[in-house]
Design a protein. Structure first.
Length: 225
C-alpha cells in the first residue's frame, strides 16, 4: 500500500487530505510540524510527502532539507499560502516536486499525487549519451564528463522529456501537461523557473535547450564529428 505523510499544523487541512487520500486507497500518517515529520522519516518509510511551508518548530523548507539528506529521491509536494515566485524557486532548488497553493481542492491534490507517483516509479534500463552528457534512466542520474549532476526530481523529468523528443519543437502546454502530469492551470513561470534551474545545472550543455520564442523549447543533441 502506498504510504503518504501529511505535514501541516492545521488539523482541518490534514483531515481533508486524509479523507481524499484514504478514498484513493493510500495509507496516511500525519505530522503537525516539520520536526515531527523529520523524526517520522527517520523511523518509517513513505512513498510521498505533502508538506506545508509555514509551520512552528521547523518550517517546511528546513524539514525538506533534512529529509532529502537521507532520502534524496523522496517525492515532496509543498503546500503554500504565499504563492510567491521566490518561495517556489527556493523549494525547487531543494528538490520539491510540486506546489499546491492554498486554498486547494482535494481532487486536484490527488491528481498531482498520482502523477508524481507514476513518474517516480517508472524507469527504463537504458542510457542516453550526447557529447559529455549522460543520462542513466534506470538509476535516474545525470552526469557531465563523468561527474554526477545534482538535479531535482522535476528537473530530471523535464530533461528526460526534452531529450526523448530531441529535435522536436515542444510547446509550453505539451511540456507542462506531460512533465507535470495533469492539465496545468498554474503560473506559466513554473516552467521557466525549472528551465532556468536546469540550464544552470547543465553548465556548458545548457545550450542544448533551445528557447523557441512564442512556442516553447527544443533539445538539440551534440553534433557528432
Amino acid at each position: 500500500m502506498t504510504r503518504i505523510l501529511v505535514v501541516d499544523d492545521e488539523i482541518r487541512i490534514r483531515e481533508m487530505i486524509r479523507k481524499y487520500a484514504e478514498y484513493e486507497g493510500f495509507q496516511v500518517t500525519e505530522a503537525g510540524d516539520g520536526m515531527e515529520a523529520v523524526e517520522l522519516c527517520e523511523t518509517q518509510a513513505f512513498d510521498l510527502i505533502v508538506m506545508d511551508i509555514m509551520m512552528p518548530n521547523l518550517d517546511g523548507f528546513s524539514a525538506c532539507r533534512q529529509i532529502k539528506k537521507t532520502a534524496p529521491d523522496m517525492p515532496i509536494i509543498m503546500l503554500s499560502a504565499l504563492g510567491e515566485e521566490y518561495d517556489k524557486v527556493h523549494g525547487f532548488d531543494l528538490g520539491v516536486d510540486d506546489y499546491v497553493v492554498k486554498p486547494f481542492s482535494g481532487k486536484e491534490l490527488m491528481m498531482r499525487i498520482h502523477a508524481i507517483l507514476k513518474r517516480t516509479r517508472s524507469g527504463a534500463g537504458e542510457t542516453f549519451r550526447t557529447g559529455g552528457l549522460e543520462i542513466d534512466y534506470s538509476a535516474r542520474t545525470v552526469s557531465i564528463d563523468g561527474v554526477r549532476v545534482g538535479l531535482s526530481p522535476k528537473e530530471y523529468e523535464l530533461l528526460v522529456y526534452l531529450v526523448k523528443n530531441a529535435g522536436i519543437a515542444l510547446t509550453r502546454e505539451q511540456i507542462l501537461q506531460t512533465v507535470w502530469g495533469y492539465d496545468f492551470f498554474g503560473d506559466d513561470r513554473t516552467l521557466d523557473t525549472h528551465i532556468k534551474l536546469l540550464r544552470k545545472n547543465l553548465g556548458e550543455y545548457s545550450r542544448m535547450i533551445v528557447t523557441l520564442r512564442g512556442v516553447g523549447y527544443r533539445f538539440e543533441k551534440e553534433s557528432q564529428s
